[in-house]
Design a protein around this ligand. Sequence first.
Ligand code: 5GP
Ligand code: ZN
Length: 138
Amino acid sequence: MKDSNCIFCKISGGEIPSKTIYEDNEFRVILDISPATRGHALIIPKEHYANLYEMPEEAAGRVMMLAKRMAGYLTERLHCEGLNIVQNNGEVAGQTVFHFHMHLIPRYTGDGNEDKLCWHHLELSAEELEEIFNKLKQ
Ligand code: 5GP
Ligand code: ZN
């Protein structure tokens, strides 16, 4: 299914040109137009899913397999020293394009993002932690 108002439907379908570094029947991997680091790439499924919640498990599994392959490829070609995988779901989580995508962000010493791809740590009491655990344990 495609969404005619969705930029990533147009990019993944080839209607809008992109710097494509990999493509198969199901996915297109492109360079991010506003990269965090050199080689910042996006895995975009050709099918329109707004986010991870909407995506079938099997497709999500195939995204991760492709991420594994692309991580090796980017590292071999760019000689990055590490790589972050980021995948935002929902505005509150920083998602700005509402067609599922996975960020592959090569990391280099001194790339200027040392303080960006991390978070502040909460200080939870033992009771608060227990309460969360009780909601989540199966
Ligand atoms: P989000 O914040 O939704 O996780 O990430 C959206 C990403 O898509 C951003 O990093 C942004 O730079 C990238 N992006 C948005 N529009 C375009 C576009 O037209 N072409 C490319 N190549 N990247 C885009
Ligand atoms: Zn779309």
